[in-house]
Write a protein that binds this ligand. Structure first.
Ligand code: HMG
Length: 447
């Protein structure tokens, strides 16, 4: 019996409604060169939630937009999984709050939908898709689809080096059989180790060893790629049209991409073709010690990143995945999913026919685990992706002054009591409207 094709049938993006301009507002206030952010990290702006927004409103608003567009009712959804690392409740999952919001505006309810919350830093968005995929492939879905929502308010303590990489937003995804946008490969690779580089032990803002987190990202991604190759066969640079990766900031992906390119071109005709220009890749056996091997490898990778061949590949395969991230910062669990949308939107804009082509998707979560799988673009991708285009809404965000940024950061800090006015007017969306008798958050739909 042929297994049904399962994957993403629809996607919607909800951005926090405020933005912080990193070059023009953040850099001067921090007395930093704006190019550290625009060139070094590769970011122009961060998204922030307005005072009435949080992970529930952003997730529910993305989900409502998706359900309206697809003409769905609660009866069509058999599962709601929320991936987040910004949860405010250690028992009641965010998916129950989201379902409660949606039940305010739709006929019917989610009484027979399985709900949960997934945690493994940023990789849990992909893990939730995995859970939905497995649920459908196991035949337990009774013809219903799964709603997966990746939602985060990625805030760092003020003054932390991670502050420039903050962001807030949600991605809602419908996982179903015979999907319109992409199907997922059965093959997947994992690189996973107990690491202490970024964690939130019952605290809102992360403790981060930023430089180490970069190294851990690169190591786990390499292991995940090797693991993926062990089941799917060797990966070649021409095998996939785009490589959407977890993007805490675009500069991170720039580092990962050149290492991945080196890995997959080793021993291939591309390595041969580049030899006259930059030599062959160093082989460890040719060196007396690990240190001299690593120095030579660093020099090779530097030279590789300057070659025309690599730069063309990067420009076509990786750069298009970074378009949304540059404008919004790190959305943690949603980050790799906006990278996928960015790439598909770029293909749409350039009128490329990528139906049937492959994406190589690299997800990552601190603590730490990387996951790599392939996706096949479906013939119906154009319509679904055009509808998810967030750029008009990104342009409408309220641009925060530095003082306003400090207020909004305080407003979302669980330890700080603030009373500030919202910067934007809610319109046709769920808002956080106060607190209930057991300290639960209350939500309302504003017409
Ligand atoms: P930093 O110390 O502020 O920045 O921290 P830097 O001094 O390392 O500079 C950043 C880059 O800008 C460097 O580029 C500089 O050279 C360059 P690189 O050498 O690395 O290629 N630069 C400039 N470029 C042009 N003009 C200039 C200029 N000045 C500097 N004038 C750090 C950077 C990443 C450590 C910090 O932002 C941080 O701690 N971020 C948070 C942690 C993080 O994002 N880690 C990424 C990997 S872990 C991950 O992705 C998981 C995560 O999403 C969480 C989860 O899974 O839940 C974070």
């Amino acid at each position: 019996m042929t297994e049904p094709a399962v994957g993403l049938d629809a996607i919607e993006i909800w951005t926090g409604k405020c933005k912080l301009d990193l070059a023009n507002t953040f850099a001067p206030a921090r007395d930093e060169d704006p190019e550290k952010y625009t060139k070094g990290l590769g970011l122009r702006a961060s998204s922030f939630p307005d005072t009435y927004e949080d992970i529930v409103t952003m997730g529910a608003n993305a989900a409502k937009r998706l359900m309206d567009r697809e003409g769905l009712t609660p009866a069509d959804i058999g599962r709601i999984d929320v991936a987040t690392e910004s949860a405010f409740d250690n028992s009641k999952p965010v998916s129950t709050y989201v379902a409660g919001c949606l039940e305010q505006v739709y006929e019917g309810d989610f009484r027979h939908a399985n709900k949960g919350e997934r945690k493994f830093a940023c990789v849990s968005g992909t893990q939730s898709i995995d859970d939905a995929y497995n649920w459908i492939r196991a035949g337990r879905n009774r013809g219903r689809a799964a709603l997966v929502i990746a939602t985060d308010t990625a805030l760092y303590a003020r003054g932390d080096p991670g502050e420039a990489t903050q962001g807030a937003g949600a991605v809602a995804m419908l996982v179903d059989v015979d999907p319109s946008i992409v199907t997922l490969s059965t093959e997947q690779g994992i690189g996973s180790m107990d690491e202490t580089d970024f964690l939130k032990p019952n605290q809102q803002f992360p403790s981060v060893d930023g430089k180490r987190s970069v190294q851990v990202y690169l190591s786990r991604m390499r292991e995940a790629l090797e693991d993926y190759e062990s089941v799917a066969g060797r990966v070649g640079v021409e095998d996939f049209v785009f490589a959407p990766f977890h993007t805490p900031f675009p500069g991170m992906v720039r580092k990962a991409a050149v290492l991945a390119y080196r890995h997959v071109t080793r021993g291939t005709e591309i390595e041969d073709a580049l030899e006259p220009e930059i030599g062959r890749q160093p082989r460890e056996d040719d060196f007396d010690g690990r240190e001299s091997f690593e120095t030579n490898m660093r020099d090779y990778v530097d030279a590789l990143s300057g070659t025309e061949r690599y730069r063309t590949w990067y420009g076509e395969t990786v750069e298009p995945t970074l378009g949304i991230a540059r404008e919004v910062g790190n959305w943690y669990t949603g980050s790799v999913h906006i990278a996928r949308v960015s790439a598909l939107l770029a293909a749409l804009e350039n009128d490329r026919n990528i139906g049937g082509e492959t994406l190589l998707v690299g997800s990552y979560g601190s603590g730490a685990q990387a996951e790599i799988h392939a996706e096949t673009v479906r013939e119906g991708w154009r319509e679904g992706v055009a509808a998810a285009d967030p750029f008009d809404r990104l342009a409408e965000r309220h641009s925060l002054s530095f003082a306003e940024y400090e207020h909004i950061h305080d407003a979302h800090n669980h330890e700080v009591e603030t009373e500030i006015e919202a910067f934007t007017e809610p319109n046709g969306e769920f808002i956080h409207a106060g607190w209930g008798r057991m300290n639960e958050r209350k939500y309302e739909y504003v017409e």
